[in-house]
Design a binder for this molecule. Structure first.
Ligand code: NAP
Length: 301
């Protein structure tokens, strides 16, 4: 049996529009209603027939929903939930797809007191945004981390987990604070580093920007993909997951200093040992099916 019959998606960008497409592909009998605060996004969503219905207000979008999934930037979650609080059916479950969880849970609990809130984070995405960037298979074989608050109804948690399995994800459950620490290392810090490296390269006065672009060798080019990610989304992630990101950044700075020392003192063994360890991590990511085994991510040469 399907976990939900009527799903409302608030925020029809990359993730919201991918979810709408995935529901229609893998659970075609589910009725999907969408809403986005941006009228232009609503127009595009109607033009591409993204959902069964696109509502002009958040309240109208949720009136008969049994699941509402918020797919807006993390610091907009509370305001987006407040927009439909008065119209939300008492038995509806509210979830979200935000990239950090403790802060979002606090925002949603404040905006929707007394409602079942089961946050989740599909660890899947691209550097593109907007309703036309989404695709139905985005969640296939990717993890979705469900982060229920303490004391959440296990049936509601299982329904949200089953919902994500139906669109192709593998589901793991975690405490919100633990999720934020793990993702600070695996996702947030790499984005911060990419933003820094690409920013530094473009600021260098003795290397013109055109040379940076012309000779963008593999390493730099790979960072530019990450650094092209949505500015609003990532500004919000760093501010909402401040503590975990700062803690991981501190550790990263210490490790960077150790590398700096190894280079300065010609400590080749230290460099070789680290690079051997990191190569093994790449291999296990591929072995676990989380990335393409082809060299250079399968790019054509
Ligand atoms: P996106 O493509 O920029 O889409 C977000 C949409 O939400 C935009 O159309 C935005 O409109 C709309 N919006 C903003 N505030 C709203 C509000 N109060 N009510 C209704 N709609 C509102 O962003 P995304 O990449 O899909 O990210 C959405 C969420 O998914 C974020 O929380 C992010 O952390 C999470 N996530 C992203 C990825 C990824 O790789 N992109 C992966 C996993 C999870 P405007 O543009 O007009 O503001």
């Amino acid at each position: 049996m399907l976990p939900f019959a009527r799903v409302t998606i608030i925020g029809l960008g990359l993730i919201g529009s991918s979810l709408a497409r995935a529901i229609r592909q893998y659970m075609p009998t589910v009725r999907v209603t969408g809403h986005d605060a941006d009228p232009q996004v609503r127009d595009v969503a109607r033009a591409i027939d993204l959902c069964d219905d696109i509502a002009d207000t958040a309240g109208a979008a949720v009136t008969d929903a049994d699941l509402v999934v918020l797919c807006v930037p993390v610091r907009a979650m509370g305001a987006a939930a407040a927009d439909f609080a008065d119209d939300l059916p008492g038995d509806a479950i509210v979830s979200d797809v935000g990239s950090c969880k403790a802060d979002v849970l606090a925002q949603l609990s404040a905006a929707l007191p007394g409602h079942a809130i089961i946050p989740a984070h599909p660890v899947a995405g691209t550097e593109n945004s907007g309703p036309e960037a989404g695709f139905a298979t985005l969640f296939q074989g990717r993890w979705c981390i469900v982060t229920p608050p303490a004391g959440a109804d296990p049936t509601a948690v299982e329904r949200v987990a089953e919902f994500w399995r139906r669109v192709g994800a593998e589901v793991e459950t975690m405490e919100p604070a633990h999720h934020d620490l793990v993702l600070a290392v695996t996702s947030h810090l790499p984005h911060l580093i990419a933003y820094t490296i690409v920013g530094t390269a473009s600021d260098l006065e003795d290397v013109t920007q055109s040379e940076v672009i012309k000779y963008s060798a593999g390493g730099f080019r790979d960072f530019t993909r990450i650094a092209a990610s949505d500015p609003t989304m990532w500004r919000d992630v760093f501010l909402a997951n401040k503590d975990a990101v700062l803690e991981m950044l501190q550790r990263f700075s210490e490790d960077l200093s150790a590398l700096q020392r190894a280079i300065r003192w010609d400590d080749g063994d230290a460099l070789f040992n680290l690079f051997t360890r990191t190569r093994a991590i790449r291999r296990s990511i591929i072995e676990q099916g989380q990335d393409d085994p082809k060299p250079d991510f399968g790019r054509k040469h």
